[in-house]
Design a protein around this ligand. Structure first.
Ligand code: C2O
Ligand code: CU
Length: 479
């Protein structure tokens, strides 16, 4: 149990005892009831147990193994898990902590753990053979790194990633900043994903649909929030919540709609933005995160549904696809609270100076001239092109062109970037990104500055079926 969890339980106990003995504060001024008891129980995530007493070290055991999990009613499915559940345990740390992960592989196949978005050293990044080989069945590897930035990150395999993520291997890593305002709303971490399950209850083959399935990007038919199909929440009307969201699906874009309820996005991949943005819908491409404030229900007794809306990410992806209910939110009968105004939420983010930056141009390409379709970077599939050269301290401006009729979520390992507009100016409000959409036959431009963490770093499309077809590359950051 974590320290603050212990304190909370103690407080519950003491306050509960005080109420029973009739001498508590409840007699004169009723305590703020907050959310009703068990309001988020269907959304709860298992948390990794911290085995280290040092408050600045989070040390955990993480085991990849098969497990029988009930996703569909009345059927158990044998899936691949971290510590026996989908998603894997929530790893909670604070800025600057050292995170030590004793990873054990009990799966039949080799695997690695990639810490998506974390600015760690290249040898801890989980990219296979850069330099550590994948962890074989029965083997152990210790990941040991510092988490320098607040934000929601996530972890997943980097070997045969479409199949392994598709089978259930992913989890969230929440890095909290003790100096951030605490009163923004009741916090929930939501891992969005999907999984393909046969009528029989068996996990769908990772090759379902063949080559076309890969080019389209496989989307599992069961859409999950924290591993559950359409969980329910009972929330207090008018009370603000803070949702930390990650899209951990192997291919599915999540375009979220809460019956028009506005989402106030205050952060993204790499922590808070310079200022919030309000929108009625929220798009999360695979790998992307969002930090949003929302008042999901206004009136006691009412119900609203968070829905997945088909986002047109290219040829056929939105055609005749109805919305999918993700989460139903019922307002409890507690009197409505007045959420009030949101104070100023944001932080200073320095604009990357691009004067004299090195331009890097790449194209995301498809090649159907051979017997099989390959995807690639500049026409060349992964492993057949030299890495892009970079140096510690260097600033680069990348232009990522999309030559395909499908959109691609581009992800760079290890470094945050800033998106630029058509004139090369930083997009406002400012935020740190590691994953961003490259629209159909369009382009995406960003600035990146390589802080002193030399090594080989990957970049790729986070539609993992595309990555496996070759849409990956490397950056060699030299000292
Ligand atoms: Cu989540 Cu190589 O990525
Ligand atoms: Cu792609």
């Amino acid at each position: 149990m974590r320290h603050n969890e212990v304190v909370r339980r103690l407080l519950d106990f003491v306050l509960g005892a005080a109420l029973l003995s009739g001498c508590g504060p409840a007699e004169s001024t009723p305590a703020d009831p907050g959310q009703p008891d068990g309001w988020d129980s269907e959304l709860s995530l298992n948390e990794a147990e911290d085995l280290n007493a040092d408050p600045d070290v989070v040390e955990i055991d993480l085991t990849a193994k098969e497990a029988d999990v009930q996703i569909r009613e009345k059927a158990y499915t044998t899936v691949w898990t971290y510590n026996g559940g989908i998603p894997g345990p929530l790893v909670r740390a604070k800025v600057g902590d050292r995170v030590v992960v004793h990873f054990h592989n009990e799966l039949p196949d080799p695997t690695t753990v990639h810490w998506h978005g974390v600015r760690l050293t290249a040898d801890m990044d989980g990219a296979p053979d850069m330099p550590h080989p994948p962890v074989k069945k029965g083997e152990t590897f210790t990941y040991d790194f510092v988490v320098p930035d607040a934000g929601l990150y996530w972890y997943h395999p980097h070997v045969d990633s479409a199949a392994q993520v598709g089978a259930g291997l992913y989890g969230a890593l929440l890095v909290e900043d003790p100096n951030e305002p605490k009163d923004l709303g009741d916090e929930l971490t939501m891992v969005l994903s999907d999984i393909g399950i046969e009528e029989s209850g068996q996990l769908q083959s990772p090759d379902v649909g063949g080559e076309l399935g890969s080019v389209f990007g496989r989307e599992g038919d069961s859409v999950l929030v924290n591993g559950r199909v359409r969980p329910e929440m009972v929330a207090r009307a008018g009370r603000r919540q803070r949702w930390r969201l990650v899209n951990a699906a192997r291919s599915r874009y999540f375009w979220l709609d809460l019956e028009g309820t506005p989402f106030v996005r205050i952060g993204g991949d790499g922590g808070l933005m310079s200022s919030p943005v309000t929108a009625d819908r929220l798009l999360l491409v695979p790998g992307e995160r969002a930090d949003v404030l929302v008042v999901p229900v206004d009136t006691p007794g009412e119900t609203r549904t968070l829905r997945w809306i088909a986002y047109d990410r290219g040829y056929g992806t939105a055609f005749e696809r109805p919305p999918v209910d993700l989460l139903s939110i019922e307002a409890s009968d507690l009197p409505a609270e007045d959420a009030g105004e949101i104070g100023s939420v944001g932080r200073d983010i320095e604009v990357i100076n691009t004067v004299g930056a090195t331009p890097v141009e790449i194209a995301l390409t498809m090649d159907q001239s051979g017997e099989t379709t390959t995807l690639g970077i500049n026409g060349v599939p992964f492993g057949q092109a030299p890495p892009i050269a970079a140096a510690v301290g260097e600033t680069q401006v990348w232009t990522v062109k999309n030559e395909m009729a499908w959109a691609h979520p581009f992800h760079l390992h290890g470094f945050f970037f800033q998106l630029l507009d058509a004139n090369g100016a930083a997009l406002a409000p400012l935020e740190w990104k590691d994953t961003a959409n490259v629209p159909v036959e369009g382009q995406m431009t960003f600035a990146v500055r390589y802080d002193p963490r030399p090594g080989m770093w990957m970049f790729h499309c986070h539609i993992l079926d595309h990555a496996e077809l070759g849409m990956m590359g490397m950056v060699n950051v030299e000292k």
